[in-house]
Design a protein around this ligand. Structure first.
Ligand code: HEM
Length: 194
């Protein structure tokens, strides 16, 4: 490790617990704005929608800062040896990737995401994203020695946060089907609408 890199690690790693507040707060705010816009066409809800893209851009940058600072806390070999930390890295990467796709969805499709049934899809997507942040924060709390009862709820669904998270084979088959099926569905839908 070069002295500069070591200095960077020493300066950044202790601030993980501080930095994580930004993506968590921003994604929660986005989810609330999406909920409000999904149930209302009023002026305030539309104004909230207008700041979604800037808020999401900020959330992605702060999410990257949280992710990088997290990766600097322990050497990767040590972090990778703990199922709890591996679960946290998995959930954090999912959260960041998921909200990036959410940003692109709103950015590329503009206000059409609120047309007809699309708004309920947006609401469902925001709810799923909120679940991902909740899991990331819950597991992070366990690493920091602050366990919460949220992990008890996860245990009801068969996942102990201290055990390696496994995706069942059937889920992999569903993901493969979605990778092929969703673009085909999108292509078919765009042909029908044009
Ligand atoms: C989007 C990215 C991330 C978010 C939102 C996030 C969130 C959190 C939260 C909420 C905590 C609890 C803090 C506390 O209560 O004091 C935490 C702790 C922790 N996280 Fe993350 N995390 C992220 C990425 C990562 C990554 C990639 C690692 C890599 C190993 C990591 C490692 C840790 C560790 C070691 C702790 C306990 C020590 C500490 O709080 O500094 N995190 N994280």
């Amino acid at each position: 490790m070069t002295p500069y890199y070591e200095l960077f690690v020493r300066l950044v790693a202790p601030y993980h617990a501080v930095l994580v507040h930004f993506p968590v707060a921003l994604w929660t705010t986005v989810a609330l704005l999406v909920f409000y816009r999904a149930v209302s066409d009023g002026a305030l809800a539309r104004a909230g929608d207008k700041i979604l893209v800037p808020l999401l851009v900020l959330s992605i940058f702060s999410g990257i800062a949280a992710l990088v600072s997290g990766l600097l806390i322990f050497p990767l070999e040590a972090a990778g040896a703990s199922p709890l930390i591996r679960n946290h890295i998995l959930a954090a990467s999912w959260s960041l990737a998921y909200w990036t796709v959410f940003l692109l969805t709103r950015w590329i499709n503009g206000e059409t995401v609120w047309n007809g049934a699309n708004r309920w899809v947006m609401l469902g997507l925001a709810a799923l994203g909120t679940l991902l942040i909740t899991v990331t924060g819950t597991v992070g709390g366990h690493i920091a020695g602050k366990p919460t009862t949220l992990s008890v709820i996860l245990a009801w669904f068969g996942w102990d946060v201290y055990d390696t998270f496994f995706v069942p084979d059937v889920m992999l088959a569903l993901i493969a089907a979605a990778i092929i099926g969703l673009p085909v569905l999108g292509w078919w839908g765009s042909r029908r609408s044009s």
